[in-house]
Design a protein around this ligand. Structure first.
Ligand code: UD2
Length: 310
């Protein structure tokens, strides 16, 4: 079933020049008044669709945030310092942007009485005791980034319970798709596609038997649209596919779909790497009627094609 249409709303998208936020902005801009707030640290001005109003700044920029959020009905909060590695190197900056910035945003939402759909992360679970992971499973983040996301995930629920704000937290598993560029937060799929397109060795960390639940951008957009209209607010949902693949298999499928001559090589395992990750998406299926629709193979084809054109 298609998500209920989001129309005639004034919408703020934080991080709207980045990977997930810009896809949301493009989807919503024709039927809504869309505003984008982004500091362009990793996003690009060119990702902001025509017709959206652009504000340059961070969530710590309270004056800009006040103007951008004035009178909005709905906020999609995608802005974050998303590098796990960087949060390990600089926990204070991660805290400022990810936690403090989100608190500023929730305060702005309280003033505007706007619904907030906010990006949480599978990073809040840390090393899971078993897979698939359900929302109620233990949370033991292994990075400052994961701890910041856990904090804001709780704040979202608290703002609902204390102030009646309509909030929904979406715990993204491994997001991928066109628009996710290489950089210090490059997901493995963009790295492998890039290597395969260049016919360079595809670098699997460790034995490659670690597993991940890769969720395609269109399904993340779908989850956000459903969260924007659901009655089931004040809670958090896992957003993945409910399936997983080993990193070694992923490398092989990418080489196949790109018709690449690359070989797979194994490098040292990554320190602190999560061994297995897979979302239990029963709650999102039941409450949001969320249903992942893009298979890994199809998603990889589309991503590789975009990387080739880039
Ligand atoms: C993802 C998210 C992170 C957090 C976490 C939750 C990304 C980029 N990161 O971390 O923010 O939400 O999930 O658990 O989406 N790998 C290789 N070769 C490479 C690069 C990576 O083998 O060149 C492996 C890596 O060791 C890991 C897997 O691929 O086992 C996925 O790595 P990732 O960096 O894409 O994402 P992950 O799961 O560490």
């Amino acid at each position: 079933m298609q998500p209920e249409a989001v129309t005639d709303k004034t919408i703020l998208i934080t991080g709207g020049a980045g990977f997930i936020g810009s896809h949301l902005a493009s989807t919503l801009v024709s039927d809504n008044d869309v505003r984008v707030l982004d500091n362009l640290s990793t996003g690009h001005r060119s990702n902001v669709p025509d017709g959206a109003t652009f504000f340059e700044g961070t969530l710590l920029d309270e004056d800009t945030l006040a103007i951008a959020s004035d009178g909005v009905d709905l906020i999609f909060h995608e802005a974050a310092l998303v590098s796990v590695q960087r949060s390990v190197e600089d926990p204070l900056t991660s805290h400022e942007i990810n936690t403090r910035g989100t608190l500023n945003l929730l305060e702005a939402a309280r003033k505007a009485d706007a619904r907030v759909v906010l990006a949480s992360s599978a990073a809040i679970y840390g090393q899971p005791e078993h897979v698939p992971i359900s929302e109620g499973d233990p949370k033991s983040p292994t990075s400052p980034y994961g701890l910041d996301k856990l904090t804001i995930d709780h704040y979202a629920r608290q703002y609902h319970d204390l102030y009646g704000l309509e909030t929904v937290a979406l715990r993204y598993f491994n997001a991928y798709g066109p628009g996710q560029t290489a950089g210090d937060y490059s997901g493995v799929i963009s790295i492998f596609c890039d290597q395969a397109e260049r016919n360079e060795p595809v670098t699997v960390h460790g034995d490659g038997k670690q597993t991940r639940d890769f969720v395609y951008i269109d399904d993340l957009v779908q989850a956000n649209l459903r969260a924007a209209t659901t009655d089931a607010v004040g809670t958090a949902y896992n957003i993945g596919t409910g399936t997983s693949v080993t990193v070694r298999e992923l490398a092989e499928v990418i080489i196949e779909v790109t018709d690449s001559h690359s070989e797979v090589t194994h490098t040292d395992g990554r320190n602190g790497d999560i061994r297995h990750s897979e979302a239990d998406i029963t709650a999102a299926r039941t409450d949001l009627e969320y249903e992942p629709s893009v298979s890994l193979r199809e998603g990889l084809k589309r991503t590789a094609e975009w990387i080739r054109k880039e």
